[in-house]
Design a protein around this ligand. Structure first.
Ligand code: GLU
Length: 302
């Protein structure tokens, strides 16, 4: 199969009009050009395929939550699950609604409350949290050009009332230990990581490769890899995780910058980027493209 040709054809098959809307609740994200589209796939034996704007950087936003989760999991192992659950939420990414019933324990580490708890845990471990986080992310591929977009981080910090509310609410249940501003600053930096599709698919390759990164380093055990992929499958696309499993059939994670990364264990990782989002906050064309991709290739985890 000529995969590059397939990627181009799948793009050509997308509807002519994109009904999605570019995220603007973080003002800096609104600058993304709505007609950008990129895709890049890398196999565990390091064959690479791409199409479109795959070398153009974008804000990976919530996709980065998988990377902070990996760091916390490395340090806490199964103790981690005392402070955050592994159940799909069925609620929007920034929802407060279940937290009261669940006594301040977020349903999963992929929604904002869960990711904030993960950041709180990391603040207790890391000597220089932002520097150590970026160093970890860069080490997955050996790519030192990956960076925090300071403008995006500042823009999110200024519009973080909802995340501030989540932090204080969880603090009232004893599930947050660090100061609010310090925690928010770390969380907003995490979400501001910028990558292009090529960097993103290569970064996530360790989850397709039994826990071993592109640089050949063991990041997590095979068992932990299974669990991280399970969390992505069940919780990675907000309250559209079921739809993504149904249509695409791969563990994946989306972000409000319009990126989606997905992987077939022991085979490949693919990253797609198209800024306009559907009503659930997932890339409208990204979802459609990946559905076409797994349908044409004829493989998924199911
Ligand atoms: N930084 C974003 C927020 O907290 C992440 C949202 C996302 O990509 O889902 O609102």
């Amino acid at each position: 199969m000529d995969v590059n040709k397939l990627l181009a054809k799948l793009h050509a098959d997308l509807p002519s009009e994109n009904t999605g809307i570019v995220a603007s609740y973080i003002p800096e994200l609104a600058h993304a050009q709505r007609d950008k589209f990129g895709v890049h796939a890398v196999t565990i034996d390091q064959r690479e395929f791409s199409f479109g704007d795959y070398e153009e950087g974008f804000s990976i936003q919530s996709i980065a939550k998988v990377l902070s989760l990996t760091m916390a999991y490395q340090r806490e192992n199964k103790d981690l699950w005392k402070r955050v659950g592994v159940e799909p939420s069925g609620t929007p990414f920034n929802s407060l609604i279940q937290l009261e019933q669940d006594m301040g324990i977020p349903r999963n580490p992929m929604n904002n409350s869960g990711a904030l708890v993960i950041c709180d845990i990391l603040l207790d471990y890391l000597a220089d949290p932002k520097k150590d986080l970026l160093a970890f992310v860069q080490s997955l591929t050996g790519d030192e050009t990956i960076y925090f977009n300071e403008r995006v981080a500042a823009s999110e910090r200024e519009t973080s009332d909802r995340n501030r509310a989540l932090i204080e609410f969880m603090r009232s249940f004893g599930n947050i230990r660090n100061g609010t501003e310090r925690l928010l600053d770390f969380y907003c930096s995490l979400c501001s990581i910028e990558m292009n599709c090529r960097q993103l698919s290569r970064t996530f390759l360790f989850l397709a490769n039994d826990g071993v990164s592109l640089s050949g380093e063991r990041i997590v055990s095979i068992s932990m890899t299974k669990r991280l992929n399970a969390i992505m499958q069940l919780c990675g696309l907000y309250d559209e995780a079921g739809e993504f499993a149904f249509r695409v059939g791969l563990p994946g994670k989306s972000g409000v910058g319009g990126g989606i990364v997905a992987l077939l264990p022991r085979d490949y990782c693919v990253a797609v980027w198209s800024p306009p989002l559907n009503k659930k906050g997932n890339s409208h064309f990204g979802m459609a493209f990946l559905e076409g991709f797994t349908s044409q290739v004829g493989e998924s985890i199911f």
